[in-house]
Design a protein around this ligand. Structure first.
Ligand code: NAP
Length: 520
């Protein structure tokens, strides 16, 4: 019997009234589930979040909400094996890639539990120090962040069904704002099972969590000034959603995490014996292979000094040809299929398009197997970084383009800038002066910058890994958004209010908590 993915709205599970869409096993192409959420009452969901979930969450302190997230993380983790199996089947991930998503999600919840504990026994956050505004300190001001009284609507991408939902939920719930989640449809099975676990656990207060498994109808048209929308997906959809007249009319907060042509830049003088060069090669290959390249942070542009190009190409090809593509359930497999038939079509067409202005060094624009959404890891090479296509076309699969540059930070900066804004770029060098110059060139175009060197190689986590303590997002094409970054991630769901008045009253209510004040 096919599983039907119902939606959890206003405290109960509901089935959509429209024609269901099928979800497939990415390896066998067998139908796994059906989904539809048409015809549900989207306005009622918003109102339920605002009037039931919001007050319940706001009655709790940051520490209590953090404790709630900790329990939630544990409850989901108890189902880890079942979720890994679902991810392998529905999303086509290897077990290792499935862990990246599932453990990434529960790990982010646990990290936000810790941030909550640290934020303490109040339901709001003080922002910075108080300021004397009058002739004496009697007239005083302070910035305070308080939870918005609306719903946090989260529209998520297909590539991280667990992490994408849980990282957004962690920030909103800790801030004291109820969530309405919508997963990417192709891999919604994993997100839906997590939704079931969340509801069955009873850990969240009534109204704090709702879940639409399919489309969200006219939900955006019903949002108001205290609601917020956080979206992850393509720049195309992001533009469409942020242009919604109702959202514009009410100045609804919109955070967009969109696509990105991330770059990896090898500095000059890192020869074959350099640990930094090996780190560069490992990270580039990991980004192409991990989650079959369906990672918003994956490297798409590989910049190598002209003098090193030939050797680096040979090293990359050898490593990429060592990737074992196949059934993700087989433990010998190191790269599974793409997540959906639509992805297969987009990625093969995208490789062919990139190859028109360069050449395929290894891999192919053809599907890899007759059944399942498989492609080969594919490295394209271009003789110069001039062609616009390499800076405009994000091929969301195991695909990247190798391009030469003259080794200067300024040239690297100019090439990276042509991507019009990235989530993360990485630069590799043991020369501190070069690293500083490249950082200043690249930083304006990136939400995060990762600088590799011998000194940190052994302890580093790869640039493609988003960490809850560091911000995630990027300027321009990457959406202009910002998520995570510790308590910064809660800020999107809170109103920063400048409160002015008598110092004694303000400091007692909104200044440092008494214990902290006593130790100052
Ligand atoms: P997408 O097609 O833009 O879809 C993203 C989400 O938006 C899905 O849940 C989709 O629902 C929903 N959606 C589409 N049209 C909508 C509409 N008119 N109203 C409301 N919701 C709508 O992107 P995708 O193919 O899932 O994801 C791949 C893209 O996401 C890539 O370009 C990748 O770079 C980007 N991405 C970015 C990040 C980041 O953090 N910056 C992370 C992951 C992925 P359905 O699935 O039901 O159509």
């Amino acid at each position: 019997m096919t599983t039907y993915l119902d939606s959890y709205v206003c405290g109960a599970w509901h089935r959509g009234t429209g024609e269901p869409n099928s979800l497939y096993n990415a390896t066998t192409e067998a139908v796994m589930a059906e989904v539809n959420s048409d015809g549900l009452d989207y306005g009622a969901a918003l109102e339920y979040a605002r009037t039931v979930g919001g007050p319940a969450l706001r009655a709790m302190s940051f520490a209590e909400r953090g404790e709630m997230l900790k329990r939630l993380s544990g409850a989901i983790h108890e189902h880890r094996d079942e979720l890994l199996d679902l991810s392998i089947a529905n999303a086509g991930t290897t077990r290792k890639d499935a862990k990246f998503d599932i453990d990434g999600g529960t790990g982010t919840l646990a990290a936000y539990a810790y941030f909550g504990k640290d934020a303490g026994a109040r339901g709001f956050l003080a922002d910075g120090d108080g300021v004397q505004l009058g002739r004496t300190a009697r007239f005083w001001g302070r910035h305070v962040m308080v939870p918005l009284h609306g719903a946090a609507v989260h529209i998520n991408a297909f590539n991280f069904p667990a992490w994408n939902m849980l990282e957004k939920a962690a920030c909103a719930l800790l801030a004291g704002v109820p969530v309405i989640e919508k997963p990417g449809r192709a891999t919604a099975l994993v997100a839906w099972r997590i939704a079931q676990i969340i509801v069955e656990s009873g850990i969240l207060p009534e109204g704090a969590f709702q879940f639409f498994s399919g489309r969200v109808g006219d939900l955006l048209d019903r949002m108001g000034p205290q609601d917020s929308l956080a979206f992850t997906g393509s720049a195309y959809t992001g533009l469409k959603l942020r242009s919604n007249p109702n959202l514009l009319k009410h100045s609804v907060r919109v955070n967009i995490e969109a696509d990105s042509l991330n770059a990896a830049v090898l500095g000059p003088g890192e020869d074959e014996g350099s640990e930094t060069r090996r780190l560069f090669l490992r990270n580039v290959v990991l980004d192409m292979q991990q989650k079959t390249g369906q990672k918003c942070t994956a490297v798409r542009r590989i910049l190598v000094p002209e003098a090193d190009l030939e050797d680096v190409r040979a090293e990359l090809v050898a490593m990429l040809e060592g990737i074992k593509t196949g059934d993700p359930a087989d433990s010998a497999t190191t790269m599974g299929p793409l997540a959906s038939a639509a992805q297969l079509q987009d990625v093969t067409a995208g490789i062919a398009k990139l190859a028109e202005s360069g050449r395929i060094v290894t891999g192919s624009a053809e599907r890899f197997l007759d059944t399942g959404y498989f492609v080969s890891p594919t490295l394209i090479e271009t003789d110069s970084a001039d062609a616009a296509i390499y800076h405009e076309e994000e091929v969301f699969g195991p695909v990247a383009t190798l391009m030469p540059y003259d080794g200067t930070p300024e040239a690297a900066g100019a090439i990276v800038a042509r991507g019009q804004g990235c989530l993360v770029s990485s630069a590799y060098s043991n020369d501190p002066a070069w690293a500083e110059r490249v950082a200043l060139e690249l930083a304006p175009w990136n939400g995060r910058l990762w600088i590799g060197s011998d000194k940190m190689a052994e302890q580093s986590l790869p640039p493609g890994m988003v960490l809850p303590a560091m911000i995630h997002g990027g300027p321009g094409r990457a959406g202009g958004g910002e998520e995570l970054g510790g308590l910064r991630g809660c800020g999107f769901y809170m109103q920063r209010c400048a409160i002015q008045g008598f110092k004694g009253t303000l400091e007692a209510s909104f200044g440092p908590p008494r214990e902290a004040a006593a130790t100052r």
